[in-house]
Design a protein. Sequence first.
Length: 162
Amino acid sequence: MAGGKIKVVVFGAYNAGKSTLIQTLDPASRHVEAHTGEGDTTVALDYGRVDIHALQVYLFGTPGQDRFEFVRQIIARGMDAAILVVDSSVPPDEFTLHLFSALVDQKIPLAVMLNKCDLPGARRRDLEDTFKNALVFPVCAQDRASVSAALTKFVESFIRDL
Ligand SMILES: Nc1nc2c(ncn2[C@@H]2O[C@H](COP(=O)(O)OP(=O)(O)OP(=O)(O)O)[C@@H](O)[C@H]2O)c(=O)[nH]1
Ligand SMILES: [Mg+2]
């Protein structure tokens, strides 16, 4: 492909690491957050941009809290591909599994990024089983080399079909 733009939307449960992943990929990215008793959470979106080969990849991060479903629907409109970020240090919660099956149903390219692989409890093997039928990448969202290699491989997997 000679060039072009694609919209990639990043989903995942609260605290999975979506904002961190986008911030690492694009340090100039922007996000809208609220301060809560437990820490900061995304209330609207994250927005970043990276170039992969000749392609401009626009990254949109969604809020992870269940009650922001309407925001996720708006951000998801017209997406070319999706990334599901999963905290691999804890067993998958119901919301994550719900997001996964909803994204599989959309029949768009989907990558599952198993995050926090640096934590001792990371349960990669179980999770690779849970998310079979999708492209699965173990990542550490704070580590640029790991997330940028995963995103590049993911985009290369579908770029020719666009
Ligand atoms: N150890 C470790 N911590 C991480 C990693 N990625 C993110 N975190 C931490 O996990 C917490 C949540 O990260 P965020 O990026 O805010 O998660 P989020 O998915 O955007 O959260 P919401 O927007 O609230 O749904 C932060 O304290 C991060 O520093 C990782 O790869 N390893
Ligand atoms: Mg966030």
